[in-house]
Design a binder for this molecule. Structure first.
Ligand code: BMA
Length: 334
């Protein structure tokens, strides 16, 4: 590999499929997509923007399940191969880390989870209801059975809270995207820093949308947990344009400075994946590709990206760290 993965892990069983012959795109779809269908469990209306990690040599995850009442819930799930999933029928019921926060953390909804292993545990962040308004919920688990809930990271309105996989300059770092209470026709990627996962400050603007970047001209938001490489933090993120038919969610990647990750080194001018397959264009919300997790095998550089499709199902896409870093660098226009 030309690009080194830093602090990476070996994932010999990472889901993988070679690029289809004749396909020239730097990121390619799994031919058996979608890997998780909308009715994978009896209560589900749809299962989409979901987070997957390695767990005891296999895989576990936190899944966004919208049920048939159209409540937005989080469910744990497990897989031997990262492709075939058993998702729990019951939603996650968080135990309060501090019982005095019970009332503040009363469950309202949870969506768009991310999972990040740091030090000794799997941290979960998601869009949480605080008195009915969206903000970033924070919790953790050791075993994907018991989940502890901590204080919300930010005030409403906020979405897309995504942790970095290690402390930087002795602080935890999290992306977020301040929003409104609705479908938010704006959105920039910020990051915030914390000594303890509870008090967040030292907020920094990372990137904004702009009219010069049509595919992501309306808003942008962080995606999977950043991947540390010798070139900097490789971050997949989503970008949204507004068409006469509504919002269109595509995704691409940027590379951020290793020590000061609010500094953008490279930002791809093109999307890497946009809605074009039937399962990405047809569903409860048409034209959405929304990545929430990426596995990266440090030995081969293979990357498997999990992305929600049309707010209905989960798809898988592949690339390698060499290919995507090279593509982002050669198509960067910051
Ligand atoms: C965002 C979130 C995502 C969703 C997207 C498209 O605001 O609700 O969960 O995928 O809109 O509907």
């Amino acid at each position: 590999m030309k690009v080194n993965i830093i602090n990476g892990q070996s994932i010999p069983n990472i889901p993988w499929q070679e690029r289809p012959q004749g396909d020239i795109s730097p990121v390619w779809r799994y031919t058996a997509n979608p890997i998780i269908k909308r009715d994978a469990i009896s209560c589900s209306n749809s299962i989409f923007n979901s987070a997957v990690v390695t767990f005891n040599g296999k895989f576990a995850g936190v899944f966004r399940v919208d049920d048939k009442q159209r409540r937005m819930e989080l469910h744990a799930g497990f897989s031997d191969d990262g492709i075939n999933w058993k998702i729990n029928k019951e939603r996650i019921k968080f135990v309060q880390q501090d019982p005095s926060t019970e009332e503040a953390n009363e469950w309202g909804y949870g969506y768009d989870p991310r999972v990040c292993f740091i030090e000794d545990r799997y941290w979960v962040t998601w869009c949480n209801s605080y008195k009915g308004f969206p903000t970033i919920g924070v919790g953790y688990t050791y075993d994907f059975v018991t989940f502890y809930q901590c204080e919300n990271a930010f005030l409403p309105f906020n979405r897309n809270g995504v942790l970095f996989p290690r402390k930087i300059n002795d602080k935890y770092v999290m992306f977020s995207r301040p929003s409104d209470s609705g479908h938010t026709p704006f959105g920039d990627m910020y990051l915030s820093q914390s000594p303890d996962m509870k008090y967040w400050g030292e907020h920094r603007l990372v990137m904004s949308p702009s009219k010069e970047r049509p595919w992501e001209s309306l808003k942008i938001g962080a995606g999977p947990i950043p991947i540390e490489t010798s070139e900097g933090w490789l971050c997949f993120y989503h970008g949204v344009l507004q068409s006469c038919n509504g919002y269109v969610y595509s995704f691409s990647a940027c590379i951020l400075d290793a020590q000061q990750p609010w500094k953008v080194k490279y930002r791809c001018s093109e999307y890497l994946i946009n809605p074009r397959e039937l399962y990405e264009c047809v569903g409860d919300v048409p034209n959405v590709t929304f990545p929430c997790a990426a596995l990266c095998d440090a030995d081969t550089g293979r990357i498997a990206i999990y992305y929600g499709c049309a707010d209905t199902v989960v798809g898988l896409a592949f690339t390698t760290v060499d290919e995507v870093v090279e593509y982002v660098k050669s198509h960067s226009n910051i």
